[in-house]
Design a protein around this ligand. Structure first.
Ligand SMILES: NC(=O)c1ccc[n+]([C@@H]2O[C@H](COP(=O)([O-])OP(=O)(O)OC[C@H]3O[C@@H](n4cnc5c(N)ncnc54)[C@H](OP(=O)(O)O)[C@@H]3O)[C@@H](O)[C@H]2O)c1
Length: 259
């Protein structure tokens, strides 16, 4: 049986373990993970299914596909946001629904393409699906140096409101007082950070179609994920300590194999 190194969250914290590698079932693909990015707060999400592998965004190469998979094959270089209700991807291999995989941006390293899916889709969906941002409208991004915020600022580049300008939409990635203040002063407020009266809160969803568009923008030089720091898989504890800190610039990424 093939085994793999994986990070798993237990009752008493994170452990680096050698566990059986998973096999793809119908409509699934087995991916060799090259890089996996992490998000502030994510270790509080899977507490009802421990032990759980964290990290829900990867860049890697398809190794094997299960039955009923038509549009990805072994050898494809892919990136993805993976579902939150099953094991994540902080491991040497991950089984993911084939439908969430998209061709990764060719111009980026694995570490960079792993940094795009969760934050890029959160930014896209916050601005355009939930914020309904239209041409000619201005938007303010709260937390524009963070993982989600820096990509939102790039996606909304031509529509960003200066500090002293009014805006039609606020996209919040911070929560707390900043969010409460925004709700009082701006008609459309969308938050990915927390729920608040008067704001639209949403949970990001996987979308191959939107990832294809993000990859196109990255390859066109119009979208560039910032990498705050990179840690080897064995140092996942230090990576999660870093992602919880203030003052980051972009995403924290686990490097799983050479990139
Ligand atoms: N609902 C969803 O589907 C979803 C999806 C993605 C992310 N999230 C959540 O959205 C939030 C933002 O994610 P992210 O990856 O962009 O986080 P991040 O990389 O940590 O960025 C947070 C941003 O908020 C700023 N900030 C201001 N006050 C803060 C405070 N008290 N604590 C922490 N940061 C503060 C940070 O700036 P300074 O550090 O310079 O102050 C930074 O610009 C997180 O809570 C994350 O769990 C939710």
């Amino acid at each position: 049986m093939r085994t793999m190194q994986a990070v798993r969250l237990h009752d008493d914290g994170l452990r680096i373990e050698q566990i059986p590698a998973p096999s793809p079932a119908a409509a699934e693909a087995l991916v060799r993970v090259h890089a996996a990015a992490i998000t502030r707060g994510e270790l509080t999400w899977p507490v009802d299914r421990l032990p759980a592998i964290p990290s829900y965004e990867l860049s890697g190469v398809v190794v094997e596909v299960g039955p009923d998979v038509g549009d990805v094959s072994a050898g494809d270089e892919v990136f993805a946001l993976t579902p939150f209700d099953r094991d994540g991807v902080a491991a040497e291999y991950a089984v993911v629904p084939a439908a969430v995989l998209a061709p990764r941006p060719r111009s980026l390293m694995h570490v960079e393409s792993a940094a795009l899916p969760l934050a890029g889709l959160s930014a896209w969906q916050g601005l355009f699906d939930h914020g309904a941002l239209r041409e000619g409208e201005r938007v303010r991004v709260l937390g524009a140096s963070g993982g989600v915020g820096h990509l939102a600022a790039q996606l909304a580049r031509g529509q960003l409101a200066a500090a002293d300008q009014p805006c039609e939409v606020v996209f919040d990635t911070v929560g707390g007082d900043a969010l409460v203040h925004a709700v009082r002063s701006v008609p459309r407020v969308v938050s990915v950070a927390e729920e608040a009266d008067g704001a639209t809160y949403f949970v990001v969803r996987p979308s191959r179609e939107q990832l294809v568009e993000l990859a196109r923008l990255a390859d066109a030089g119009e979208l560039r994920p910032a990498i705050d720091s990179v840690f080897p898989l064995e140092e996942a504890g230090a990576a999660f300590a870093r992602v919880a800190e203030r003052g980051k610039r972009g995403k924290v990424v686990l490097s799983v194999t050479d990139n």
